[in-house]
Ligand binder design. Structure first.
Ligand code: NCD
Length: 291
């Protein structure tokens, strides 16, 4: 089955995926004994998502193929569909795809006959990131209902924010948004960071998505850091039980101060670790056509 957009999954199915990921964390073994091949097709840069999908496949005993977009026939004008169809014809068992176009998968669904796992579509969806964020929150608080989160930064261009806002609200969380005027989007609950920071359970920071902007950012790095960056003073305002998250890559000294990245409240590297368990669960669900 395809895993493209969390809107396609019920809350119950999301809970099941998280439980399966937790089982993998606790040592559950599934071994495809080298009989399944997962192809990672990243048409946009990636470190965590790409290589944790790869690691997850290897941990499940799958073999992997990693498409090198920079040295591929994309340079000769080959389309997304033709590239993806080619991998299907090679005989791969599932495709992990990241692409710059929002909902790129709509041009593939119905024409590609093996599971597609969406590893990020433009500014649209990032289901595996959102699930690993949810797993991290669940491990910390044991629930979602009633939790408060503030997501800070470039909301407009962030597929992480777009995916998380929707699913977190469905799970009963209160989602506040903070960030520069130029990256504002209608319909969200905007607040001043310094007014909410002592009231939320989670502060989630985002990277400014420069690669998706047509003009450069209005603020200087220093101005951005002063207004929206998480520094030690702001961390000291947070509740004793609250945590810091970031999908990474993070820019030290911009949205997060250097000494906050690995502070006691930070779960940033735990998110990275959870990414492997969540992606093991997703690959397993996709291959077994079952959730
Ligand atoms: C995010 C992405 O690619 O959307 N990174 C990730 O997958 N961990 C966020 C980002 O690039 O800022």
């Amino acid at each position: 089955m395809n895993i493209l957009n969390l809107d396609d999954f019920s809350v119950e199915q999301i809970e099941k995926i998280l439980n399966l990921a937790e089982e993998f964390k606790n040592g559950k073994k599934v071994d495809y004994e080298g009989k399944k091949v997962i192809s990672n097709l990243f048409f946009e840069p990636s470190t965590r998502t790409h290589y944790s999908f790869d690691m997850a496949a290897l941990r499940l005993g799958c073999k992997t193929q990693n498409f090198d977009s920079g040295n591929s026939s994309l340079k000769k004008g080959e389309s997304l569909y033709d590239t993806v169809k080619t991998f299907e014809m090679f005989g791969t068992d599932a495709l992990v795809i990241r692409h710059v176009e929002n909902e790129y998968y709509n041009q593939l669904v119905g024409k590609i006959n093996i599971p597609i796992l969406n590893a990020g579509d433009g500014t649209g969806n990032h289901p595996s990131q959102s699930l690993l964020d949810l797993l991290t929150i669940k491990q910390e608080f044991g629930k979602f209902e009633g939790l408060k989160i503030v997501i800070v930064g470039d909301i407009k261009h962030s597929r992480v924010a777009h995916t998380n806002i929707k699913v977190m609200q469905r799970l009963g969380m209160t989602v506040y948004i903070s960030g520069p005027e130029e990256y504002k989007e209608e319909g969200y609950n905007y607040v001043e960071l310094d007014e909410i920071i002592d009231k939320v359970d989670i502060v989630m920071l985002l990277r400014v998505q420069h690669e998706r902007h047509s003009t450069s950012m209005q603020e200087t790095v220093e101005e951005y850091h002063k207004a929206y960056g998480l520094n030690k003073q702001r961390v000291d305002q947070m509740k004793p039980t609250s945590i810091i998250m970031h999908p990474a890559p993070f820019n030290r000294g911009v949205e997060i101060a250097d000494d906050v990245v690995e502070c006691e409240k930070s779960r940033i590297f735990k998110q990275v670790q959870n990414g492997v368990y969540v992606r093991m669960a997703l690959i397993h669900v996709a291959l077994e056509e079952n959730i």
